[in-house]
Design a protein around this ligand. Structure first.
Ligand SMILES: *Cc1c(COP(=O)(O)O)cnc(C)c1O
Length: 397
C-alpha cells in the first residue's frame, strides 16, 4: 500500500448539503425562543412551501420525513386493508415499506430503460381487481408520465400518491410534480434538494385529505393540538384516531425556511454541474441520463451514470471503489427493490421479473451533484471518472 501524499484532497462527501449562515442564525433564534417542537416556524415553512408549489396552506402538512408522509398519505387515502399499490422497483425501500406499514400490498411495475421511471404500460399490466393505488416516483427529479398515469388511475378508479422525494422543483407540462395525484410526498433529508436534516411534506388536492393526514401525523389528536401550550390558555384536545408521532419540529423548519428560499439558486447551480458532466462524459463508454423531456422541468436531484462492465471494462462495484480511492463519495440509486432479501422472502420476488430495473440497478452510480460543489470539485469528479475509464479501457484493450 502506498501512503497517501500529504496533500491528499479532502474526501468529497456525496450529497453534502449547502448550509448557510441564515439557517444557522434561525436555528439559534429558535433555540433561544425555547419553542423547539411544532410551532410558528413550521407554519411559516408550510406557508412558504405551499406558495412555492402553488397550493393553499390547507393543502400541505409538514411531517418529520417523506417516509412518514408516504405512510400517512396511504392511511388517509382510506384504502381497504390488503389492497394492492403499484410502484416502481427503482426506488428507495421507504416507498415500499410505507405501503406495507399502511396494511397494503406492494406490486412492482418495471421502469422504462431510458427514463428510469415507472412505465405506464407496465402499470396497466399489473392492475388486478385488488389494485387500490399507484405510487409513482419521479426518479432523480425527472417527471413521470403523469398524463398517462392519471388516465390509468381515472379508468380504474385508483388513488395516486406521488413520491416526490427527488422532485421539489419538477414540473410536467406546466404543472408541479405532486399536484397531479391525490397526495404528493416530499423529503427534506440531508441529501435532498431542500434539507431540514430529517423532514417531509404532504401535499394534497383535497383539503379534507390533508386535514386527516395532519391529525394522523400528531397522535390522532384533534386540530392543531400544539396550540395547547400557547398563550391562548390551555385547550383540551380529543384523540379521534390512533395516529402516529410524525410532526415536524420548529428546529427543522428553521433550517427549511432558508433552504427553501434558495431552492431556485441551488437548482441553477446543479443544472450547471449537470451540463458540465454531460459535456465532459459525452465520449466515454458510460451511459448518461436521458435528456429532460420537452415541456418538463427536471429537478436535477441525482446525476446517474451507467457502468456496464462489458462496455467499460470495469464492474460497477470496482468503479465505486476506484472513485473512493480518489476520495470522491458516490451513491447507488438504487439496487432494485427485489434484490433485497426481505422482499424476496415475503413476496417471492426475483430481480429477473423486472429486468430493466435489475440491469439499471446493477450498473448505476450517482455522482456528486450538490450545489456546494466548487468548480474545482466538479473538475475533480470529471478527472476521476475519465481516468478510471481510460485505465479500464487500457486493461481490456
Ligand atoms: C429519500 C427518499 C425517501 C425517504 O425520504 P425520508 O425523508 O428520508 O423519509 C422516499 N422515497 C425516495 C424516492 C427517496 O429518495
Amino acid at each position: 500500500m502506498r501512503n497517501r501524499p500529504a496533500t491528499a484532497p479532502p474526501f468529497l462527501i456525496f450529497g453534502s448539503p449547502l448550509i448557510e449562515q441564515t439557517e444557522i442564525d434561525e436555528v439559534v433564534a429558535c433555540m433561544e425562543s425555547a419553542w423547539l417542537g411544532t410551532g410558528p416556524r413550521v407554519v411559516q415553512f408550510e406557508r412558504d412551501f405551499a406558495a412555492y408549489q402553488g397550493l393553499q396552506l390547507a393543502q400541505v402538512a409538514a411531517v418529520n420525513s417523506c417516509t412518514a408522509a408516504l405512510h400517512v398519505s396511504m392511511v388517509a387515502a382510506d384504502l381497504e386493508p390488503g389492497r394492492e399499490v403499484i410502484t416502481t422497483p427503482m426506488t428507495f425501500c421507504a416507498s415500499v415499506n410505507a405501503i406495507i406499514h399502511a396494511g397494503l400490498v406492494p406490486v412492482l411495475a418495471d421502469v422504462d430503460p431510458a427514463t428510469q421511471n415507472i412505465d405506464p404500460a407496465a402499470i396497466e399490466a399489473a392492475i388486478t381487481p385488488r389494485t387500490g393505488a399507484i405510487l409513482p416516483v419521479h426518479f432523480a427529479g425527472r417527471a413521470c408520465e403523469m398524463d398517462a398515469i392519471m388516465s390509468i388511475a381515472r379508468k380504474h378508479d385508483l388513488m395516486v400518491i406521488e413520491d416526490c422525494a427527488h422532485a421539489i422543483e419538477t414540473t410536467c407540462h406546466g404543472r408541479k410534480a405532486g399536484t397531479f395525484g391525490d397526495f404528493g410526498c416530499f423529503s427534506f433529508y440531508a441529501t435532498k434538494n431542500v434539507v431540514t436534516g430529517e423532514g417531509g411534506m404532504i401535499t394534497g388536492r383535497d383539503e379534507a385529505h390533508i386535514a386527516r393526514a395532519r391529525v394522523l401525523a400528531l397522535h390522532g389528536m384533534s386540530k392543531d393540538a400544539w396550540h395547547r401550550f400557547g398563550d391562548q390558555g390551555y385547550k383540551h384536545y380529543q384523540v379521534i384516531e390512533a395516529g402516529f408521532k410524525y410532526n415536524m419540529m420548529d428546529l427543522q423548519a428553521a433550517i427549511g425556511i432558508h433552504q427553501l428560499a434558495r431552492v431556485e439558486r441551488n437548482w441553477l447551480r446543479r443544472e450547471t454541474v449537470w451540463n458540465r458532466y454531460m459535456e465532459a462524459f459525452a465520449d466515454l463508454p458510460i451511459g448518461l441520463p436521458a435528456p429532460p423531456e420537452k415541456n418538463t422541468r427536471h429537478a436535477y436531484h441525482l446525476f446517474t451514470i451507467m457502468v456496464d462492465e462489458v462496455r467499460c471494462g470495469i464492474s460497477r462495484d470496482a468503479f465505486l471503489d476506484a472513485m473512493n480511492a480518489r476520495r470522491i463519495g458516490t451513491g447507488v440509486h438504487y439496487l432494485a427493490v427485489p434484490e433485497h432479501p426481505y422482499y424476496q422472502h415475503r413476496y417471492g420476488w426475483k430481480p429477473e421479473q423486472w429486468p430493466n430495473a435489475m440491469r439499471l440497478g446493477r450498473q448505476t452510480v450517482s455522482l456528486p451533484l450538490s450545489p456546494k460543489l466548487t468548480d474545482a470539485d466538479v473538475q475533480r469528479v470529471i478527472d476521476a471518472v475519465s481516468s478510471i475509464m481510460c485505465h479500464a479501457s487500457k486493461i481490456t484493450a
